[in-house]
Write a protein that binds this ligand. Structure first.
Ligand code: MEV
Length: 316
């Protein structure tokens, strides 16, 4: 490690449509949100995380990034506004921010594409299987569509792995208000991705559901590009039903989705499910927040259209 201190950060994300099916090469649509993961790194003796010597087995993303470069002496301080296991991309934001910081410190290639490829490889290694939707959104910010028609987005990079390939595109983001409802249940992504894979491999019906999520997502991309909230909301609610059939929702998520629908265009789980969070697209965010809180969820309003990674040497 070279000297000095680097500070970096990256945003969390919400997946509007297409989680899980995107792992199998289907389209997906995600927006970066105004909750960030920040980190500060500097040379140290041993690996110190927030001032404490820790076993990196408990922090597999950090472990993977440091091991790749044989870094064994580093001080890392983290500061996260994204609860882990909430479905809002905390691990992708951690990877994007830490990779940006380490690359700047070590004078490696810092372009978004290089950071996005490494963040995806990190996520893939830790999860056992992954798509680039979370990591690319965290790196690029704004709006990101995977495998979308050319009329909707501008391609920014391509990623292939395990027989699937994803073209990642930047898409313009209209002004929309989303309310997030966090169930408070932490859910690890890896086991849910494996559950869907096993279901798909053992059941023709699961493959049909995954294809149908792909079709709903393509229609949703067209709706968002027309700023048609009514249609987008309906497609989100339909996607939630399909994800429930795939077995990745839970009663707490269903309760919050159901409670939000009266004052929303549509609502669905976001991210891997099994707990974590749901989102509602609405013009009445206060009413949706109240409905979520009444059903025991933790509501908050998110702003989209935010920047991706940033990294700089700190002036101390
Ligand atoms: C998790 O935020 C999204 C999933 O589709 C997994 C992935 O794309 O890697 C469930």
């Amino acid at each position: 490690m070279r000297g000095r201190t680097v500070r970096a950060s990256a945003p969390g994300k919400l997946i509007v449509l297409g989680e899980h099916s995107v792992v199998f090469g289907k389209p997906a649509l995600a927006l970066a949100i105004d909750r960030r993961f920040g980190c500060e790194i500097s040379p140290g003796s041993g690996v110190l995380l927030n001032g404490v010597g820790v076993s990196l087995r408990l922090h597999p993303h950090i472990d993977s990034i440091l091991r790749r470069r044989e870094i064994s002496d580093i001080r890392i301080i983290t500061d996260s506004e994204i609860p882990s296991g909430s479905g809002l991309g905390s691990s992708a934001a951690l990877s994007a921010a830490l990779i940006s910081a380490v690359r700047l410190m070590m004078r490696e290639e810092c372009r978004e594409e290089a950071v996005a490829l490494e963040a995806f490889e990190t996520e893939y290694e830790v999860q056992g299987r992954a798509s680039p939707i979370d990591t690319s959104t965290s790196v690029h910010g704004g709006g990101v569509a995977v495998n979308c028609p050319e009329s909707i987005g501008t391609p920014i990079w391509n990623i292939s792995k395990g027989g699937n390939s994803w073209t990642v595109s930047d898409i313009p983001v209209p002004k929309m208000t989303f309310v997030v409802g966090y169930t408070g249940i932490k859910a690890a992504t890896g086991p849910l991705v494996q559950k869907v894979r096993k279901y798909k491999e053992s059941n023709r019906f699961a493959s049909d559901i995954i294809d149908e999520i792909g079709d709903v997502t393509l229609s949703g991309m067209s709706a968002i590009s027309r700023n048609d909230k009514q249609n987008l909301g309906e497609l989100m609610t339909r996607d939630h039903k399909l994800l429930s059939i795939l077995g990745v929702s839970c009663k707490e998520l269903n309760k919050l989705v159901d409670a939000s629908l009266e004052h929303s265009y549509g609502a669905k789980l976001t991210g891997s499910g099994g707990g974590g969070s749901m989102i509602a697209l609405t013009d009445e965010p206060e009413k949706v927040c109240r409905a979520i809180a009444l059903r025991g969820g933790e509501p908050f309003i998110v702003r989209t259209g935010v920047p991706g990674i940033s990294a700089e040497f700190a002036e101390l």
